[in-house]
Design a protein around this ligand. Structure first.
Ligand SMILES: Nc1ncnc2c1ncn2[C@@H]1O[C@H](COP(=O)(O)OP(=O)(O)OP(=O)(O)O)[C@@H](O)[C@H]1O
Ligand SMILES: [Mg+2]
Length: 261
């Protein structure tokens, strides 16, 4: 951890400001948050070791855990946004299907923890799909990346998926459809049947801290930060994002990500 020694001030002078912010976020906030989530998780899952909890205590700890995870996910959004603004990428070849499943589980852990728990225990692809479909979440992967790995910065793809999945799950009335396709660029489509986004607002949702003022928006948590980060990130990798929406009928986010080679 950095202390305000001579060394600290030297670093401050020589390293770009954003890199310092990134390192401070990762080390000084990421570490404690990860201890917090692991400890609460242990209290909930290892009653044989830490003692039996009452239903009331469980509810309080579950809420604390959900919020700690939200803070963790916001922190990772900020770190990825900083890294992409600086043009920092870590390229690898990865399975889009695996990344999609992991990210979906992570998001569901916040919005539908019971389903996330069931998904963790699923053995095969079929069982995983069946559990999702019972919750009206439909996933399809076609095209080149159904079988071949995609060369990109894995964290950036997770970041895009995480935001679009969490919006779709927050705003859907009942259904979410996620499709992956593409034979060179990766195409991702995330569709929900929620309130939709009026045409004149489709640009403003990408502005930092913008919320479009839906009727029941006050009841849905959000900072209006996620999509602005997704847009900045996609701009930095020459990708794009489009919205197709009809008020009252739902929203479709279409993303194109060129491979990084
Ligand atoms: N699928 C959607 N259906 C309807 N409105 C949406 C949808 N996705 C985004 N919006 C609107 O766009 C705004 C910006 O979305 P964004 O993801 O940036 O912020 P958020 O979800 O409110 O908060 P967070 O920073 O936690 O992501 C939302 O507040 C909402 O008004
Ligand atoms: Mg969001």
């Amino acid at each position: 951890m950095l202390t305000k020694s001579r060394e600290f001030w030297n670093i401050l002078i020589t390293v770009p400001r954003k890199s310092i912010l990134h390192d401070l976020l990762v080390h000084d906030l990421g570490g404690p948050l990860s201890i917090l989530t692991t400890d609460i998780d242990n209290l909930l899952r290892k009653e044989h070791r830490y003692g039996k909890l009452t239903e009331e205590q469980k509810r309080v700890l579950e809420r604390a855990l959900r919020n700690a995870k939200k803070a963790q996910s916001l922190l990772s959004e900020m770190v990825e946004a900083l890294k992409s603004e600086e043009g920092r990428f870590e390229i690898s070849y990865f399975s889009v299907n695996e990344v999609l499943k992991e990210t979906l589980k992570e998001v569901l852990d916040i919005y539908a923890p019971d389903l996330a728990e069931r998904l963790m225990k699923c053995e095969g692809e079929e069982e995983f799909k069946r559990n999702l479909e019972e919750a009206s979440i439909f996933v399809s992967i076609q095209g080149k990346y159904a079988t071949e790995n995609f060369p990109h910065d894995r964290r950036k793809v997770v970041h895009v998926m995480r935001n679009l999945f969490s919006n779709a799950l927050k705003y859907r009335r009942s259904k979410v459809q996620i499709s992956v396709s593409g034979d060179s660029d990766l195409l991702l489509c995330v569709e929900d049947d929620g309130p939709g986004i009026p045409k004149k607002k489709t640009e403003s949702v990408f502005k930092r801290f913008a919320r479009i003022g839906l009727k029941n928006e006050g009841c849905i948590e959000g900072l209006g930060f996620g999509l602005s980060c997704v847009k900045a990130l996609l701009d930095s990798v020459k990708g794009e994002i489009k919205i197709q929406s009809e008020e009252g009928r739902g929203t479709k986010f279409l993303v194109r990500i060129p491979p990084l080679k």
